[in-house]
Write a protein that binds this ligand. Structure first.
Ligand code: COA
Length: 329
């Protein structure tokens, strides 16, 4: 049984945080941000709403596109590092809001690779024949864990959600063909949020010490991201007898224009075959790939039977790639 993406959707909040806005918050400039990251603006969710708000809207777009009701969903997988609550899961919150009463599901934290982890799990649920409709959502409200006094991080991240429906198909030509996933726990030293977990439960001192914010060693992450994404891009093609020339559209994790540009150069794929929307949204963590996929679909950038490669790198470290043949006509 082949697993295909049968519908794709996304949602971003309306409020924009521009580089000019950030110039008022920290010592930075539009010129610095544009030259180092290519990011012009990000979307910010209402502080009173949780990540599930965006996840549900992305899911509703998927259901409407496919013309099915929420009760038809068998499994709901939600990739996020910013669930509404620690308990219960965001999947449970989304299930209730969406009215997907018949499904079970769970959250998955794979950092910026989270969507690919959830998507490849969904594909295997379908390939095994056990389930017929798996909804996969990648969503993050990064504004909830960003310190808007820290110029190293606040310029990079934004809020957003994307979703896909994964279903079986008899068409052997299309669907998920292969994937590669990796994890290296030594990455904890370079990209982390220490407060609020079981090692450092929330307390006055964790708040005073700003432990509920995301920190990173940008240069180390940058280097690993470029090397990791380029490596899994090339290997997933090579072991399927393909090369960069065969790829119709590359959908990389949208962290930073320079990372995307460096990966594209390293693997030898021309920029017109790379999906880029990081300038509009910044890094929405688990949201970037499904949002980019949804916008690429809206822009008609993938034709039936096109080769599509997705690749991501993120906290853990985690990284991976997926090779698929586009199934929508
Ligand atoms: N505005 C102005 N200056 C800034 C700044 C900002 N927003 N943020 C950092 N700087 C300063 C630094 O303080 C440093 O100053 P110093 O030399 O006086 O100490 C200087 O700019 C250079 O910093 P550096 O970190 O070396 O810059 P960089 O060229 O490596 O770019 C990143 C920084 C964060 C853009 C880059 O490292 C990066 O993109 N890393 C990957 C981040 C990422 O995408 N993470 C998520 C992956 S999933």
């Amino acid at each position: 049984m082949n697993a295909i993406i049968s519908a794709v959707g996304h949602y971003v909040p309306e409020t924009r945080l521009t580089n000019a806005d950030l110039e008022k918050l920290v010592d930075t400039s539009d010129e610095w941000i544009m030259s180092r990251t290519g990011i012009k603006e990000r979307r910010i969710l209402d502080t009173k709403k949780g990540t599930s708000h965006m996840a549900v809207k992305a899911a509703e777009m998927v259901l409407a596109q496919r013309g099915i009701s929420p009760e038809e969903i068998d499994v709901l997988l939600t990739a996020t590092v910013t669930p509404d609550l620690l308990v219960p899961s965001m999947a449970a919150v989304v299930q209730r809001e969406l009215g997907a009463t018949r499904c079970w599901g769970y959250d998955l934290n794979g950092g910026c690779t989270g969507f690919l982890c959830a998507f490849t799990t969904a594909a295997q649920f379908i390939e095994s024949g056990r389930y017929r409709k798996v909804l996969v959502i990648g969503a993050d409200k990064m504004s909830a864990i960003i310190d808007y006094e820290d110029r190293n991080t606040c310029i990079l991240f934004g809020d957003g959600a994307g979703a896909v429906l994964v279903e079986p198909s008899d068409d052997d030509d299309t669907g998920v063909k292969d994937f590669i996933l990796h994890m290296d726990g030594s990455g904890e030293d370079y990209l982390y949020m220490t407060g609020g977990g079981s090692r450092h439960p929330a307390s006055l001192s964790t708040v005073n010490d700003k432990m509920h914010y995301l920190y990173q060693d940008g240069r180390t992450v940058y280097k690993h991201a470029v090397n990791g994404m380029a490596d899994v891009f090339l290997r997933v093609l090579e072991r399927n007898g393909l090369s960069g020339e065969d790829v119709n559209l590359f959908i990389p994790h949208q962290a930073n224009y320079r990372i995307i540009d460096a990966v594209a150069k390293k693997v030898g794929i021309s920029k017109d075959r790379v999906m880029i929307n990081v300038h509009k949204y910044g890094n929405t963590t688990a949201g970037t790939i499904p949002i980019a996929l949804s916008e690429a679909h809206q822009e008609n950038r993938m034709k039936y039977e096109d080769w599509v490669v997705m690749a991501a790198f993120g906290a853990g470290f985690t990284w991976g790639s997926v090779l698929l043949k586009w199934a929508l006509k």
